[in-house]
Unconditional design. Structure first.
Length: 171
């Protein structure tokens, strides 16, 4: 009888862990679906737009000198500038979607595709996945995943660990 209770308890514990795993919600970063805050088409142009997020968070897409980045706006309206130029200073764009890693209804991390031109040959592009931890008091880049066969899976694993990681140092 004790054996069945122990086995039943283990099955229940594993089931609860499976339910508690993070899930993904996707939102658009396409400038056509985001609210334009300001823009200029003069010179190389610049743009700042606010995109829908989840859990009271929003994302701000910025572009200047043919380089894009993302800022996280917390429910309190506090803005966290991520500065993707630290990943690559070259011409760049962000992907069309943001992947929010959710613990229940609470966003805990963000995954954004970041396409950066090669500094020496702008016809070559590298497509990184940038992982950001998300909280009401802190949002910063924790990891950058380079292209590879397991890039998406690796990014999700790192995103699910992001809350306990320090902000990435780009030195």
């Amino acid at each position: 009888m004790k054996k069945f209770i122990i086995i039943g308890s283990l099955i229940l514990a594993f089931s609860m862990v499976a339910v508690a795993q993070n899930t993904s919600i996707y939102t658009s970063l396409d400038t056509k679906t985001c609210k334009t805050i300001e823009q200029s088409d003069e010179g190389s142009g610049w743009y700042r737009g606010e995109c829908k997020g989840v859990g009271g968070f929003k994302l701000e897409v910025t572009e200047g000198d043919i380089r894009q980045s993302i800022n996280v706006i917390a429910p309190s309206k506090k803005k966290f500038e991520l500065d993707f130029s630290l990943v690559s200073p070259a011409f760049s764009t962000v992907g069309e979607k943001a992947e929010w890693r959710m613990n229940g209804k609470v966003p805990v991390a963000l995954i954004v595709r970041f396409n950066a031109s090669d500094v020496e040959d702008s016809s070559k592009t590298t497509s990184y996945l940038v992982i950001t931890k998300i909280s009401k008091t802190e949002s910063c880049i924790t990891d950058v995943v380079e292209p590879g066969k397991t890039q998406n899976a690796d990014a999700r694993t790192l995103a699910d660990e992001a809350a306990s990681k320090p902000c990435k140092s780009f030195e």
